[in-house]
Write a protein of this length. Structure first.
Length: 252
């Protein structure tokens, strides 16, 4: 295991569980990363596209309603091309199998250093032509609760959503596209895979990703509402309406 890999393992599975309030004042000035810090991240050198971040609730404190812990991992598309979609698929399943998730996903995304709304002019040709790209930073979803945050290549479903769908059998009965597979996981969880590999789609060529649209309609009830209400506060109603259409791109 590499040095970074060992650091990640210790962060997720510390030998001694300590949280921020457990440290002395001297230790708390710069606490060790032993699962104590609610924000933990490792970034690849330069503009590599590799990122590992974990935002955790502190169990000893009463979390806000809907608060969840968030694990975010990004890999550059070059890594996908080099290793292949099967490797990425198995990697995502292996990571998910070790987490008590309520929901999760893996797929294509536009990972940017600054918010998408500030770069809308530059990103518009990609965002609105290729619906398979996600444009949101996963780290903002720590108030997601049991809701789902969109449709992706891999869609991990846990409780309570999977139970409300009638379990794996109920979910399978609602899905009919030949490219959709539903795999049962331990702990009353499942992963829905939309095709053999992640697709960007291309609306200019009529590639509107029908499997993604089918799953979106099945899961519409559990999707989180449009989250960019802060755009209204900034008086950016034009951006808000455009991004709202993107939000519903698989539904309308």
């Amino acid at each position: 295991m590499t040095e970074d890999g060992e650091l990640i393992r210790r962060a997720l599975r510390p030998e001694v569980r300590r949280y921020f309030e457990d440290y002395t004042p001297d230790e708390a000035f710069y606490p060790e990363k032993e699962g104590a810090d609610p924000y933990f991240s490792i970034t690849g050198r330069g503009d590599s596209g590799f990122y590992f971040g974990y935002h955790a609730r502190i169990p000893s404190r009463q979390p806000p309603h809907g608060s969840v812990s968030v694990l975010r991992v990004t890999l550059p598309t070059e890594f996908l091309e080099e290793r292949g979609h099967t490797f990425i698929h198995e990697l995502a399943l292996d990571m998910a199998s070790q987490l008590p998730f309520a929901s999760g996903h893996a797929g294509l995304a536009l990972s940017t250093w600054t918010s998408v709304d500030g770069q809308l002019e530059r990103l518009r040709p990609v965002i609105f032509r290729h619906p398979g790209f996600d444009i949101r930073d996963a780290s903002i979803h720590d108030n997601l609760g049991s809701r789902l945050d969109g449709i992706h290549w891999l869609n991990f479903l846990g409780q309570p959503v999977l139970g409300e769908l009638g379990g794996v059998a109920g979910l399978r009965a609602r899905l009919h596209a030949p490219t959709i597979t539903v795999r049962e996981l331990d702990g009353e969880r499942a992963v829905v895979t939309l095709g053999a590999c992640p697709e960007a789609g291309d609306l200019a060529l009529g590639q509107d990703l029908p499997a993604y649209r089918e799953l979106a309609h099945v899961l519409e009830r559990w999707q989180e509402p449009f989250p960019w209400s802060w755009l209204r506060r900034e008086g950016r109603t034009n951006d808000e309406e455009e991004l709202r259409r993107w939000w519903r791109r698989f539904l309308d």
